[in-house]
Design a binder for this molecule. Sequence first.
Ligand SMILES: [Zn+2]
Length: 109
Amino acid sequence: MFTCQVCGADDQDAHTLTLSCLYNLSGISDKFRKEPDGSWSIRTCKDCRGNFLAILQYWVEGNFAEVDSRPDRNILVRVHGRTVMMNTQEWEAHTARRGEAGRRPHRLG
Ligand SMILES: [Zn+2]
C-alpha cells in the first residue's frame, strides 16, 4: 500500500512517473524527488497518472501553443505560476470561476 503524492489516496497499484526535462522540478513542487541520474520522480495512483497523461496529450497536440497565439488576447493573467493571455470573454469566465466576477483586468496595449 502506498499513498499517492498528488491526491493522497491510498492505492495498492503504485506508479512512478519519471521526468527528465533539464528543468529543476523542485520549483514546481517539493513532491518531486531528484534521482541520481538527474531525472525527477513522483509516485502516483492510477487516476493521477491518467490525469497527467491527459494533460501531456493536450500539450503534445499543440493546444497550449494555439491558445497563446490569438491576437485578441491582451489580458495578462497568472495561472498556476505561469503567464496566460486571455481575451475579455475568457477573463470574465476565469474571474467568475474564482468568485471574482466584475474584477477589472490588467490589459496590454
Ligand atoms: Zn492520486
